[in-house]
Ligand binder design. Structure first.
Ligand code: B3K
Ligand code: ZN
Length: 898
């Protein structure tokens, strides 16, 4: 734990590094109980920095370190005496160094007890690394910043039987024995890279090998390394890798530059995966899959994460970030790319729907809460706290808006220009936007505010049809509510603190016959646009009007098609208009959106009724729409399943001034039960007719059928009847795949019934040796709506299945509980106190994981006074812990003080 007061780092304080590192040679010895790292760095003064600092004395050489036991320091072959350098916990300073020098250091590191999983750490089968953002400094003294790019050579020395596989970035250039028990291997990375992309692995692993021939005929050796015995779970990840490689060639003309591309799976990992050059390290969750242990969602996530890390090889590795404030340069762009890959592999519409659902569940609350920050943040204390949904997902929306505004072809030209200009460099978000603007000729100056202004803009729309003029006038206005205003009011608020965004608003007009109407804007040449049924309007002022002409009748307006901007849209459609759009909109996203609006409206009204003691009222509109969706489901079962999934409680809560979580929960489940009661026969019919036969297939079509059936099963479960439970139990027992088995278990886990206990027990009995399946078992229990869920979760902490040191287990049990809206926000504050206590415990082991958990408190101010008191009490208690990490301190501080 660092006792020094953590510094706040500001984006505008960037200065170029005083020294550059041309080459790095590492010799890493894995001895019993310790790891020795010998490093040799070729350093030279940065000519750019020297110019900037001309008048003042030249700055000293400073290197970052953390938890290193320094054995020796030498410059140009001479070992330095203690008085020739200064070494603190975190900095090695050499005053008056020569302008070019060879620096040798030897350090000892305690990888066996590194529970933070940052730097070099031990997991079950050996040693692994994680260097982004600042883990390299835990391996050796180094100027740990992304704008220093160097060539690396790494030699690993280890015990032959204990650690038979020795890997590092790049190409293997030699290996051999060192005595009877030990061996060595040397790797050389031909590419210059920042140190956050460094990786090594020394472990006992099995490997699946394959080969890929690039479009220009180069051959790339592929390998997926996994824990011994799991080779039968690697095929999907390997297939996903090959599909990603082909896709990037076809869509972006980007070829793999490597001779070796390796993926290594590890069970102890803080996040999903890491794009280290040529040697990706993955959480097992995003590699291992077999029909009986992985769900359709797992298969799709593997596709996406494998693609994401592979795409980073260009967007992130070849062109990297100048500083960590530019993180979205690589993350927003790479998420956008993996989204497009997902859309091409699966259903484009369903993929988009799921992404927007996730954006609203995660990013919108973040943007309205204490951790709100721009896509390009202005300052941070702990950079690891800024690997956020805003940087990743809103960042991807920003890239998508550029594509929408300039068009697909210009976007591709922009990408080409970006690589032409910046290959091999560490650059900024401005450089990316400049390439897009220059390649398209579109001025993106105003658009760039999306990188600078935090908060979700509100888009207010109203329309008027003039029968005589046969015209429809659409008025659009925008505002960026302050956080307090966003929570408390639905009035537009033109905050003087921000400037208007450039918002692309994709629009269509739908007629009474369900067909799209012409989209002619007054004053434009009408022939130019004939036949276009969607157009993108540019809203650049606080308020603008658009007049559409030659309309024989009043249209139903379809706004923000395909979710063309990450905003909260306010337009007063009638229930009938929403039902019309749900049935007829040619934009599938907006068909789904209309259903979500209809459902939200009903649930929010019912929650209000319930909170004041009135009975909820359910009109027929939603049930009628649901009946139609079920009737027509065969055409696209995956879409029907999405359209019938009600918005989640956390998303709905964002629309309430003050949240009553119990009323909200009761209202949402009330609508589910009402649908089940009204449409029981239709749900059962859809369940039966969409059965899949034969062996499991992970295809989008088969997954879509399973999604719809399991949705029906969930609705029927709301009846909590002997028949519905028997149906779930039958599915649980006979399923030949994890998707169906887990869906049945999750349905049964929602109600207090004997089948619940029976299914949970038999599931654990069958799967207790499969770590990833045990995670599902923990999650299902932590997500249950039953009133004793907190007690169950508390007990599970002591179950052999749980491990506080393993991030997957912690996320499965504790993060899932924190997302269990009704139970975490229980009126007695028990959920708050419990989670805060656990965060304190975890923080001592792994600050990054603890800080991620602490984010579950973000929205505490949206609840009633007694809950607020309980939450602030729990947070204060957490804050008072001696030696609390700066990671958790930053999150808790923002939650309490902003
Ligand atoms: N770049 C990594 C994330 C690193 C997180 C460091 N706390 C994975 C990714 O976005 O691909
Ligand atoms: Zn990424």
């Amino acid at each position: 734990m660092n006792s020094e007061t953590p510094q706040r780092i500001h984006r505008l304080d960037y200065t170029p590094p005083p020294f550059l590192v041309d080459s790095v040679e590492l010799d890493v010895h894995f001895n019993a109980g310790e790891v020795l790292v010998n490093s040799q760095l070729q350093l030279r003064r940065n000519p750019l920095a020297a110019l900037a600092a001309e008048a003042s004395p030249l700055p000293p050489l400073q290197l970052d370190g953390q938890g290193l036991e320094t054995i020796s320091v030498a410059i140009d072959g001479s070992v330095l005496g203690q008085d020739q350098y200064h070494c603190s916990d975190s900095l090695l300073t050499i005053v008056n160094p020569p302008d070019t020098l060879t620096l040798r250091t030897q350090v000892r590191i305690d990888a066996d007890h590194n529970s933070s999983l940052s730097g070099l750490f031990r997991s079950k089968d050996g040693y692994f690394t994680q260097c982004e953002a600042q883990g390299f400094r835990r391996i050796t003294w180094f100027p740990d910043r992304p704008d220093i790019m160097s060539r690396y050579q790494v030699t690993l020395h280890a015990d032959k039987t204990r650690l038979p596989v020795l890997l590092a970035n790049g190409n293997p250039v030699g290996s051999g024995d060192e005595g009877p028990d030990r061996h060595w291997a040397k790797w050389e990375d031909p590419f210059f890279k920042p140190c956050y992309l460094f990786a090594l692995v020394a472990a006992r692993l099995d490997v699946l090998r394959d080969e890929f021939t690039t479009s220009s005929g180069r051959s790339v050796q592929l390998a997926v390394f996994v824990e011994p015995g799991k080779l039968d779970q690697c095929a999907h990840a390997m297939d996903a890798l090959k599909r990603s490689m082909r896709w990037d060639e076809e869509v972006f003309g980007l070829e793999c530059d490597l001779d070796h591309y390796m993926i290594v799976a590890v069970g102890d990992f803080n996040m999903g995966a890491m794009e280290n050059k040529g040697l990706n390290v993955f959480n097992t969750k995003y590699v291992l899959a077999r029909a009986d242990i992985a769900t359709d969602a797992d298969y799709q996530n593997i596709d996406r994460v494998v693609a994401h890390e592979y795409f980073h090889n260009w967007t992130g590795n070849r062109v990297t970030c100048r500083d960590w404030f530019q993180l979205s340069l690589k993350e927003g762009l790479t998420v956008y790319r993996d989204q497009e890959f997902g859309a091409d592999m699966h259903s484009r519409a369903v993929t988009r729907i799921r992404e927007v659902r996730a954006l609203r569940a995660m990013q919108f609350p973040e943007d309205a809460g204490p951790m709100a920050h721009p896509v390009r943040p202005d300052s941070y204390i702990e950079i690891n706290n800024f690997y956020t949904s805003t940087v990743y997902d809103k960042g991807a929306e920003v890239v998508r808006m550029i594509e929408t505004l300039i068009g697909k072809q210009a976007f591709r030209r922009g990408m080409d220009l970006y690589f032409e200009r910046h290959d091999g460099q560490a650059v900024t978000c401005d450089d990316f936007v400049a390439a897009m603007a220059d390649a398209s000729g579109v001025d993106l100056t105003q658009f760039k505010r999306w990188y600078d202004q935090a908060g979700t803009p509100r888009l207010w729309a109203s329309g008027h049809y003039d029968e005589e003029a046969r015209s429809y006038t659409l008025t659009l206005s925008q505002s960026l509510p302050t956080r307090a205003a966003a929570d408390a009011t639905s009035e537009p608020l033109h905050s003087p603190l921000h400037s208007p965004f450039h918002i692309p608003v994709a629009i269509g007009l739908n007629g009474a016959d369900g067909e799209d109407m012409p989209l002619l804007i007054a004053g434009e040449d009408s022939t130019a646009d004939s036949g276009r049924t969607t157009r993108v309007l540019s809203l650049t002022d606080f308020e603008q009007q658009f007049v559409f002409t030659e309309l024989a009748a009043a249209p139903v307006v379809s706004l923000l098609r395909d979710f063309s901007a990450p905003v909260i849209l306010d337009f007063s459609w009638s229930d009938e208009e929403l039902a019309h759009l749900l049935a007829h909109d040619s934009d599938p996203f907006n068909r789904w959106e209309a259903g979500q609006r209809l459902a939200s409206r009903l649930i929010l009204a019912a929650a209000e009724d319930i909170s004041v003691g009135r009975a909820a009222y359910w009109p027929q509109t939603f049930v009628e729409a649901a009946a139609r969706l079920l009737e027509n489901a065969a055409a696209d079962p995956a879409f029907a399943a999405e359209a019938l999934t009600l918005p989640g409680e956390a998303t709905l809560a964002e629309e309430m001034a003050m949240v009553d979580p119990s009323a909200l929960h009761e209202a949402r489940n009330g609508l589910r039960r009402f649908v089940a009661e009204q449409l029981g026969g239709a749900l059962l019919h859809a369940y039966e007719t969409h059965a899949t036969s034969g062996p499991y297939q992970a295809t989008p079509a088969a997954a879509g059928r399973r999604a719809l059936r399991n949705l029906c099963l969930g609705y029927l479960g709301e009846l909590n009847s002997a028949e519905s439970r028997a149906l779930a139990m039958r599915q649980f027992e006979t399923a030949n795949n994890m998707t169906d088995q887990l869906a049945a278990l999750a349905t049964l886990a929602q109600d207090d019934c004997p089948e619940r206990v029976q299914a949970l027990d038999s599931f654990y009995e069958r799967w207790h040796d499969e770590a990833l399946v045990v995670d599902k078992w923990l999650s299902v229990q932590a997500a249950s709506r039953l009133p004793d869920t907190l007690a169950v979760v508390r007990e599970l902490l002591d179950h052999p299945a749980f491990d506080l040191r393993n991030p997957n287990k912690v996320y499965a049990l504790l993060n899932t509980f924190g997302n269990n809206h009704v139970r975490f926000h229980a009126a007695d504050g028990g959920g708050y106190l419990f989670l805060a206590t656990q965060i304190g415990e975890i923080d001592r082991l792994n600050p990054q994981v603890a800080a991620r958990l602490a984010r579950r408190f973000d929205r505490w101010r949206k609840f009633d006074q007694p809950r607020q008191q309980q939450a602030s009490f729990a947070l204060e208690k957490l804050r008072s812990i001696d030696g609390l990490s700066s990671d958790v301190r930053e999150i808790v501080g923002r939650a309490l003080d902003q």
